[in-house]
Design a protein around this ligand. Structure first.
Ligand SMILES: NC(=O)c1ccc[n+]([C@@H]2O[C@H](COP(=O)([O-])OP(=O)(O)OC[C@H]3O[C@@H](n4cnc5c(N)ncnc54)[C@H](OP(=O)(O)O)[C@@H]3O)[C@@H](O)[C@H]2O)c1
Length: 330
């Protein structure tokens, strides 16, 4: 089974590759990486028999000649590479939309492709900023991306759908787990919690959907071949969104932090919310912390695949903290 993976040096791609080599002994994996030395260094502890199944292709999504011949051999393609941040700028369209378009063009003459899995994002759908976000997003929710990141991911989704290639689009919300990107929001939060930073004591009432990276990896693999998901788009997460305040408490427990949340009434929380919204009307993070901005319903995925994530939030956080400790990061 020939697999072609983009983003193998990133957070999602590394978790996917780790899952794949452990669970699918027949998979031969071509990984497109900009820096093969960095990639090899990340995998140097892998047993040699596993390393033999990974082929590092030095190249760049923006330069299709660097990967086209390998891509054409692939039966399953997982496109996880992207520029990821809830921000604005023209670079998002280059790295997310143009890069995806290049990949689709290069795939258009493939006679081997069985499925392309595009790793999307909840940020491609998002919510209007002029209304309170209540309840989870579903696949029927109209797209309303607020950042160039989200807009570029939505445009890339549209290119994938229009390509005529067999695809599945997975839109995770908040992902956490091993192999974190240094200084990512998750990585910072774990260190801030362990250091007892004061904001982690604030009982934010927003609800966010989450998925443990290893579960996401399994869902990505399932999406490469499950018959029910061809040419479909999905939110993928654990069943119920988690209140941010509860997430902080669970994280404190996982990292062994001394945690005393502030006791604030609903009225006090509402006062803080309106004060901070007035001061920073465009701050997306505030909306995520106070509303259901990052909540989604994964029911369609569960219904069509029968697959539910293995790890609940507390268990996934405990595994994440264990990984941090094992690697001397906590
Ligand atoms: N992280 C999250 O919480 C989250 C949430 C929802 C959705 N997602 C989606 O999940 C996917 C993966 O995100 P991530 O968190 O793993 O991001 P990441 O850790 O920043 O990794 C990005 C990967 O893309 C590669 N890349 C970027 N530009 C490239 C190019 N021009 N050519 C080849 N490779 C390129 C990077 O390679 P280098 O190592 O060379 O930089 C890296 O391997 C993205 O599609 C993102 O939208 C992520």
């Amino acid at each position: 089974m020939k697999v072609f993976l983009t983003g193998a040096t990133g957070f999602v791609g590394r978790n996917f590759l780790d899952w794949l080599v452990r669970h699918e002994p027949d998979a031969q994996i071509d990984c497109l990486v900009r820096d093969p030395q960095k990639a090899q260094a990340q995998w140097q502890t892998m047993p040699p028999n596993i390393n033999k199944r990974i082929n590092w292709i030095a190249g760049d999504l923006l330069e299709p000649d660097t990967y086209q011949s390998h891509l054409k051999q692939a039966e399953r393609v997982v496109h996880a590479a992207a520029l990821v941040s809830l921000r604005n700028g023209p670079e998002f369209y280059r790295m997310n939309t143009d890069a995806t378009q290049n990949l689709l063009n290069a795939l258009s003459s493939s006679d081997k492709l069985q499925r392309l899995v595009f790793v999307g994002s909840i940020s491609a759908i998002d919510r209007p900023m002029d209304q309170l976000a209540v309840g989870p997003l579903t696949e029927e929710s109209p797209p309303h991306p607020n950042t160039d990141y989200g807009k570029s991911k939505l445009m890339a989704e549209e290119w994938v759908i229009q390509s005529g290639l067999p695809y599945a689009i997975l839109r995770p919300a908040y992902i956490y787990g091993p192999f974190p990107r240094t200084n990512s929001s998750m990585d910072r939060l774990i260190h801030h919690m362990a250091a007892g930073k004061s904001y982690t004591r604030f009982p934010f009432p927003g609800r966010a959907s989450e998925v443990y990276a290893e579960d996401l990896a399994e869902m990505i693999w399932l999406a490469t071949h499950h018959p029910n998901v061809e040419n479909e788009s999905f939110f993928v997460s654990n069943p119920a969104p988690v209140r941010v305040a509860d997430a902080y408490a669970a994280l404190a427990k996982a990292v062994g932090a001394d945690f005393k949340p502030l006791a604030l009434s609903d009225a006090e929380l509402a006062r803080y919310r309106s004060l901070w919204y007035r001061q920073q009307p465009d701050n997306l993070l505030l909306r995520i912390l106070f509303e259901d901005f990052f909540a989604c319903a994964p029911d369609k995925w569960y219904r069509l695949t029968g697959y539910r994530p293995t790890y609940g939030f507390e268990e996934g956080l405990a595994k994440t903290a264990h990984w941090y400790r094992q690697h001397g990061l906590l």
